[in-house]
Write a protein that binds this ligand. Structure first.
Ligand SMILES: [Zn+2]
Length: 161
């Protein structure tokens, strides 16, 4: 387990989501809903996803917590580490959330992509990248169409490959 601060308050759960340096971390809005992070009446829950990898790769975890601003906007704070040549580097990213309808009543939730600001249902953290953004901004469709996964050169060097 990688220690990350700020998880002492609220609920705390671990989910068996496999995250390795070889795999893109996929964070769907449905996961936030499932673990209660989208409950606007008590949004300050805290959740950890991730596992220690049995192959001995870098263990990866993402700590999730949601906050309601004074203006009534809900956002999710993502805290995690990315590998660098000088060791794990801590990243804190805040992603805006909104619904396509009214606040209460089971409406659909979306992330606001931090890069293009479109509403998206899933955000991604591919290997070698530092931030969660949408599929389009990470150019992930390419890998789906072309077969072999393209390794992105930009960003941080990974220990494995
Ligand atoms: Zn985007």
């Amino acid at each position: 387990m990688i220690p990350v601060g700020g998880t002492g308050s609220g609920r705390f759960r671990s989910l068996p989501v496999r995250l390795t340096v070889e795999d893109t971390v996929r964070l769907p809005i449905s996961l936030l809903k499932r673990v209660g992070l989208l409950n606007v009446s008590a949004p300050r829950a805290s959740v950890v996803i991730g596992t220690d990898d049995p192959e001995g790769e870098e263990p990866r975890e993402v700590h999730l917590s949601t906050d309601l601003s004074a203006g009534g906007d809900l956002s999710v704070r993502l805290e995690y580490f990315v590998p660098t040549t000088t060791g794990p580097h801590r990243i804190t990213e805040v992603v805006g959330l909104f619904t396509s309808g009214m606040w209460r009543g089971g409406n659909r939730w979306w992330f606001r992509c931090p890069s293009c600001e479109r509403r998206v249902g899933v955000i991604f953290l591919p290997p070698g990248q530092q931030y969660f953004v949408c599929r389009t901004c990470h150019d992930l469709d390419y890998a789906c169409r072309q077969g072999p996964r393209r390794r992105r050169k930009a960003g941080l060097r990974l220990g494995q490959d």
